[in-house]
Each structure stands twice: as C-alpha cells, then as structure tokens.
Write a protein that binds this ligand. Structure first.
Ligand SMILES: CC(C)(COP(=O)(O)OP(=O)(O)OC[C@H]1O[C@@H](n2cnc3c(N)ncnc32)[C@H](O)[C@@H]1OP(=O)(O)O)[C@@H](O)C(=O)NCCC(=O)NCCS
Length: 224
C-alpha cells in the first residue's frame, strides 16, 4: 500500500487521494465519450481512506502524476462485480474468489500524453500490486482495438471467462460486446486449453480447483 514509483522519467505512480477527485473524474470521462458519467459510481470511493491489501482495501486506484503535480493518467480496479451476480457462485464462494480474482475497470491517460507508455506503466504497476496482494488472476473487458495492446502486456484475449471451481465444475462469464483479457498472476493459477471449448479455463484459482490433466468438453460437460 502507499506505493510511489518512478519508472518513466519525470512521472510518479501513486495511490489516489481525495484531492485527486476532480482530475480523476475528468480523466474517466474520456473512457467512454458517449457516456461521460459512466464512472460516476467511482467518485465516492476516491475519498475512502487508504488501506491494504490494495490501495483502498479491495480497490486499486492509482494515478500517474507529472513532476508539476498534473494527473496524467489513472487506473481503477478491484473486485469483479459478476462474482456476486453469477448464479453459479454462492456468496461464500464469491467472497473467497474476491480475494483471488481482480479486474481492471478503467485505464485512462490524458489525450495529449498518450503513446508515452503511461498506460502500460499503470497496467504493469497494477499487476505487481495485485500479485503482491495475493491475487491469482487479473481480468479486464477489452475493446477490439486494444487487444494487441493487452497481449503485449501479458494478457490472453478470449471470448468468455471460464473458471474451474472444483473438479469438472467450471463457471462461465460472458460480456456482451467485448472480449475478456486475462492474466494469471501466481504459480497456482493457469489458463488451460480444453479440447471442445473455444476459450481456456482458469485452473487453480482456489485450492482443489485445478483441472485434471487431459480434461475435455463433450458439448455438455467436462470429462477427465
Ligand atoms: C488506452 C490508453 C489508456 C492507453 O494509454 P497510453 O498511455 O497511450 O498507452 P501506452 O503509451 O502505454 O501505449 C500506447 C499504445 O497503445 C495503442 N493504443 C492506445 N489507444 C489505442 C486505441 N484506442 N486504439 C488502438 N491502439 C491504441 C497505441 O497505438 C500504442 O501502440 P504502440 O505502443 O504499439 O505504439 C489511452 O489511449 C486512453 O486513455 N484511451 C481512452 C480511454 C480508454 O479507451 N481506455 C481503455 C478502456 S478502459
């Protein structure tokens, strides 16, 4: 928590403080110009106290700041909401998964500052923070034009997110119009190609959830 880093010359990455609220909200309005208020629900969180294991408990909110104190970019991430809406994930399991699966909700860089590596550095920094906090999987919804960008940052791009939650018991999450980018963060977690399924399955995210070797899908269920 409270990490401050300088990897790009003259630019510091640090955790959000309440004083950043205006600049962060203006940046988030760039993410979806058709719906500039799409991230309005983030606003109250920006005033929360900083506490571990991420920057603000189970949320990670970081900014890239210039030497002059101008906020150039922001990354917001944390618990994937689908964990608590999915019919296949009961509440206790959802809470366990919320400590192992994270999502990046938004990355935005000031238009005139793009192409300098600020976005990539924010994503790399988030990978380190989520890994250090004990997460096994990082995901994000990926616009088609950014698929190669996220591949370059170590993510796999897939149509659906399949997660094994016990031997031969996967749950699947789909997003309407975008694909999902996913990256395993620790040695327990892997993305396994399963014959018969078009997207890989996340294996090992919790104890006893590793897919048996040779697992395949016959059109109805998984078999060992
Ligand atoms: C996506 C975004 C965060 C990238 O930030 P950035 O600081 O410019 O990214 P970097 O400098 O690390 O990387 C730039 C690379 O991303 C590519 N890129 C960025 N936005 C792109 C877009 N909309 N379409 C295609 N490529 C894009 C650039 O072509 C460049 O590629 P290169 O490294 O091969 O030259 C920034 O463009 C942005 O704020 N976009 C608006 C908000 C948004 O769409 N966010 C993503 C969804 S949450």
């Amino acid at each position: 928590m409270g990490t401050t880093r300088k990897r790009l010359p003259g630019i510091t990455l640090r955790d959000v403080t309440p004083a950043d609220t205006g600049a962060v909200m203006r940046l988030l309005a760039h993410v979806n110009p058709d719906d500039p208020d799409a991230f309005e629900d983030v606003r109250p969180n920006l005033s929360l106290p900083q506490e571990g294991p991420l920057s603000h408990f189970r949320s990670l909110m970081i900014v890239a700041e210039s030497g002059e104190g101008v906020i150039l970019g922001v990354l917001i991430g944390g618990v994937p909401l689908w964990l608590f809406n999915h019919v296949g994930v009961e509440p206790v399991l959802a809470h366990h998964l919320a400590e192992r699966v994270a999502t990046i909700t938004a990355v935005a860089v000031l238009p005139r500052q793009r192409g300098r590596g600020i976005g990539a550095e924010l994503v790399r920094h988030s990978v380190r923070r989520f890994t250090r906090a004990g997460y096994g999987l990082l995901t994000l919804n990926c616009l088609p034009e950014l698929e190669s960008y996220y591949r370059g940052l170590g993510f796999s791009i897939m149509d659906d997110l399949n997660v094994s939650l016990g031997p031969l018991n996967p749950v699947q999450q789909q997003w309407g119009d975008t694909r999902v980018a996913a990256r395993a963060l620790d040695r327990y977690t892997s993305l396994v190609d399963v014959p018969g399924l078009s997207s890989p399955v996340v294996s090992g995210i919790l104890p006893n959830t590793s897919l048996p070797r040779g697992t395949y899908f016959d059109g109805e269920r998984l078999w060992p």
